[in-house]
Design a protein. Structure first.
Lengths: 140, 499
């Protein structure tokens, strides 16, 4: 698509979409939302970029192929689930560590496997959607 | 304890990730092989745990049943997981010889491991919606494996396969929705009580039929089987062996689970339908096979006919019939996967799978001929191979309740199976090659032959062991069937002791 308006707008849009997708990812682990929707929005950002600059350029911006991103995401999600093994809990039990307090109400923030799992989901969705759309775009 | 149940699913997934990242190197295939070996080890650990404790269950994420996802293994689940791992390992070895490097680079091994993970998950889950998810995992992986490597035939087969399987999962999903609406739970153990107490038993029967149709498409029973012979003859032989061995059996397993655990309120109606469906499945499958002249198409139709025996074991619904059904399930996976392996090696030697265009294999590859005879005759039910005991149990169960006609049909189908097997034997092995060439093993590289013959010989050895020493296997199947008919253990292990 060779529209100068679209190309110029795409720069703004892509940046905004990325910030929004990260926001959705982070917001999700305490409240509804999370990795899946964040991954979709992140994928939309790349799709807008590839529509503006062409799929070859978009692939270059991604650096690694979307399939590898999806697979890495699957691996991260799996590791997040397996982590509870060391704590003697069943598979996928969330492990929470509070910083600056000892519960949700008092702590400044928390480190937990739930967010790691969501990052895995984010990458799976991002990689999966992008491998599909890039394949379609390059076909034509 | 809970990790025993998780690892058979987690190991193939982890293998898939690593194998995909290493897909461009030779290491990829060895990682897949090692992962399949590890899967077999963790499945064996699961089997030992089940043998020691009867039924074991684990609540994922510590969410108590019936709210969270439960993984359960009773005897039937455990044996299915082990046999899946064995088939997976055999295929991983076979694939070393068959799969070309371009296909490996497309991520063949990752897809294959995901397929194994999906099948294992379906056998272990104790939650209906989770079962649907595993069906989808299997469908995605199997569709990709069906079309990988390209070609018009494969795409054609893939479209038919995926379209019909989507219809099946859609019906299954609608059934899940209705069932949840009626009972408010999807945990299978919890459903047993909830379904029995439901006010509207008529609606329950309707839902049961939706499940029967949904699983029936997966299991390829009459009249829903037409996707199977349309698609199983096109992919790589390693893939069609896994499909033939495992995929339809997941449907049979799901039928067995749901129609012994949950839908037992109106056995006279639901199981009667299943009974006649089974009889027709056996018969149409074997008749369909008689009309074919392609190695793999004959075998595909025989899958259908054999599925009929397994669902027959469920439909007769006596203790002995279920023993036969479980025994048949295990025996059939080994034998059928092996026959597809043999077809692949025969193609390497003779250049085709069309029986009119090959021949002379007996003279030039006697070892392969011997290794074909074992699963082929086992399939037909020749004593003393494993198939004989499987058929014996089913027929005896039918005679026990004076179902003469059904016993007669199952024996007749056995006879017709011999007809098809001797047709393959005569045309592929005995008659001289029509092009006058000698299909020597030298036509395939030594590396290919070695990788392919090992799993064939291994599975044939298992057939012989089960055939000559069936006692422990029948005992095992007896316990499995007892657990199916009286799932008190299953329910209390999942839900805890009820007040």
């Amino acid at each position: 698509m060779n529209s100068i308006i679209f190309t110029a707008a795409a720069r703004l849009l892509v940046a905004l979409l990325f910030v929004f997708s990260l926001f959705m990812l982070l917001r999700g682990h305490h409240l509804p939302g999370g990795g899946f929707i964040g991954g979709l929005i992140g994928a939309v950002a790349f799709i807008v970029y590839s529509l503006a600059c062409g799929p070859a350029e978009a692939r270059k911006a991604l650096r690694i192929t979307p399939e590898v991103i999806a697979m890495l995401g699957l691996g991260i999600a799996l590791l997040a689930g397996m982590f509870s093994f060391f704590m003697g809990d069943p598979f996928f039990t969330g492990q929470w560590y509070w910083v600056g307090g000892d519960s949700y109400d008092t702590a400044a923030f928390s480190v937990n496997t739930v967010l790691v799992f969501d990052i895995g989901v984010y990458l799976v969705v991002l990689g999966g959607i992008l491998s599909l759309t890039y394949a379609f775009e390059e076909e034509t | 304890m809970s990790w025993v149940l998780v690892l058979p699913i987690a190991v193939p997934f982890a293998t898939a990730v690593v194998a995909y990242l290493a897909r461009n190197y030779a290491a990829g295939r060895w990682i897949s092989l090692a992962g399949s070996g590890l899967s077999l080890v963790v499945s064996a650990v699961l089997m030992v745990a089940v043998l020691n404790e009867g039924v074991i269950a684990a609540q994922m994420s510590n969410w108590r049943a019936p709210f969270g996802i439960t993984l359960v293994a009773d005897y039937l689940s455990a044996v299915m997981v082990v046999i899946t791992a064995i088939t997976g390992l055999a295929t991983a070895i076979y694939a070393l010889g068959e799969i070309p490097e371009e296909t490996e680079r497309l991520g063949f091994y990752a897809l294959f491991q995901v397929l194994i993970a999906g099948v294992t998950g379906a056998f272990l889950t104790g939650d209906l919606f989770n079962l649907y998810v595993w069906f989808e995992v299997m469908l995605i992986a199997s569709f990709s494996l069906l079309v990988i490597g390209g070609g018009k035939d494969r795409l054609d087969a893939g479209i038919k396969y995926v379209a019909l399987n989507l219809v099946s999962t859609l019906i299954f999903l609608s059934g899940i929705g209705l069932l949840y609406g009626v009972t408010g739970t999807l945990n299978m153990a919890d459903l047993r009580q909830a379904v029995a107490q439901a006010e509207n038993q008529g609606l329950i029967t309707v839902i049961a039929m939706m499940f029967m149709v949904g699983f029936g498409v997966k299991a390829a029973v009459f009249p829903l089987f037409f996707w199977l012979p349309a698609s199983y003859h096109t992919p790589y032989f390693a893939i069609s062996a896994v499909f033939a061995g495992l995929l339809t059996k997941v449907g049979v397993y799901a039928l067995m689970r749901m129609f012994t655990l949950v839908f037992v309120g109106d056995v006279g109606f639901t199981h009667e339908i299943l009974l006649w469906v089974s009889v027709l499945t056996m018969f149409t499958g074997v008749i369909g096979a008689a009309a074919q002249s392609d190695f793999r198409k004959i075998l595909s139709f025989h899958i259908i006919s054999q599925i009929g025996y397994m669902t027959l074991g469920l439909a007769l619904f006596t203790p002995l019939a279920l023993v036969g059904g479980v025994f048949y399930l295990v025996h059939h996976i080994i034998v059928k996967a092996n026959l597809f392996f043999v077809a692949g090696l025969a193609q390497q030697y003779a250049g085709s799978t069309d029986l009119n265009r090959i021949g002379g294999l007996y003279k030039s590859a006697p070892l392969l001929a011997a290794l074909f005879i074992i699963p082929a005759f086992s399939l037909a039910g020749f004593p003393p191979l494993s198939g004989f005991w499987a058929k014996y149990l089913i027929v005896k169960a039918a005679l026990e309740i004076d179902a003469w006609f059904i016993a007669f049909v199952s024996l007749l189908v056995g006879l017709l199976t011999i007809f098809s097997m001797t047709k393959i034997w005569g045309m592929a092995f005995w008659k001289p090659h029509p092009d006058g060439i000698d299909p020597t093993p030298d036509r395939a590289p030594a590396r290919v032959t070695r990788a392919m013959i090992v799993p064939i010989a291994g599975l044939a050895a298992m057939t012989i062991v089960i055939g000559f020493y069936p006692e422990p296997f029948v005992q095992f199947a007896t316990t499995a069937a007892a657990q199916l008919l009286d799932p008190t253990d299953y329910v209390t292990t999942v839900l805890g002791v009820q007040p």
